[in-house]
Design a protein around this ligand. Structure first.
Ligand SMILES: [Zn+2]
Length: 258
């Protein structure tokens, strides 16, 4: 969790967190070269697992150039060429978070090249969908790009940041849906629970946004408390906050819970 403090790992440990997933994402600024990504991949495959281990948390990550920086096709291709050097690292679960930010032609091109990279190396995929008014169009473009690839197994792909108007597109095509929780903007814990009541709890996981903006690593345990307030039993809550993510990630041989 390069954008977070060590105290966040400590809070997660107190809340009962066993493992975290860190998607490769934006660094708060656009990196100027492939070397910047090389160092970043070292950080999330070498250093972050050690930082998490101090709190008995297993750290897993995903590799890519995020859609925000993928607009620069030359840089994106350089980064894609580096990724195979890191794919075999013990904590790498797949390629992500790839996807779209502004639904541009270049972003789509690099999305397709990332999908091919995942297929070539038999990797799972974690996808970011654009926020706000571009989300519906972006989600449809992403689902089309995945469906158009003959070798994609939808059960090994999770499409994140789903909302009320995109969850059905994702789930009906056989992909997993991720609901990324934020304390006050985008999907809040209560809104996510409303969505679970509409779309069911199969192939869905909740995750806490841990980015540069206002976000809260404890969003998932807070959502669990909210479910309890609504009268859901322990089994239902455990399925959503624990068993579902374990089921998805266990498709990688590298994912092992202590
Ligand atoms: Zn994202």
């Amino acid at each position: 969790m390069v954008s977070r403090t060590t105290a966040d790992y400590e809070s997660l440990a107190y809340a009962g967190c066993k493992a975290v997933n860190e998607p490769a994402f934006w660094a708060g600024f656009d990196r100027s070269s492939g070397d910047g990504f090389y160092d970043y991949f070292r950080q999330i495959t070498e250093y972050e697992p050690k930082r998490a281990a101090k709190f008995c948390i297993d750290h897993y990550c995903w590799l890519c150039i995020n859609p925000k920086e993928a607009e620069d096709v030359g840089l994106a291709r350089e980064v894609i060429s580096i990724i195979p050097d890191f794919i075999q690292c013990d904590n790498v679960l797949g390629i992500g978070e790839i996807g779209l930010n502004k639904n541009s032609k270049n972003e789509l091109l690099i999305l397709e090249e990332h999908i091919q990279l995942a297929v070539d190396h038999d990797q799972m995929i974690l996808v970011h969908t654009p926020h706000l008014e571009d989300k519906l169009k972006g989600t449809k473009l992403i689902v089309d790009a995945l469906n158009n690839h003959s070798k994609i197994d939808p059960s090994k792909v999770i499409i994140d940041h789903v909302e009320e108007h995109t969850a059905k597109i994702v789930l009906s095509n056989g992909y997993w849906a991720g609901m990324t929780l934020y304390p006050e903007s985008k999907v809040t814990p209560n809104r996510a629970i409303d969505m679970l009541e509409i779309f069911g709890n199969e192939n869905v996981w909740l995750n806490s946004a841990c980015d540069w903006g206002i976000s809260d690593p404890l969003s998932v345990p807070k959502a669990a408390l909210e479910m309890r307030r609504r009268g859901y039993d322990d089994e239902y809550i455990d399925d959503i906050v624990y068993k579902n993510p374990v089921k998805f990630m266990s498709q990688s041989d590298k994912f092992k819970l202590r």
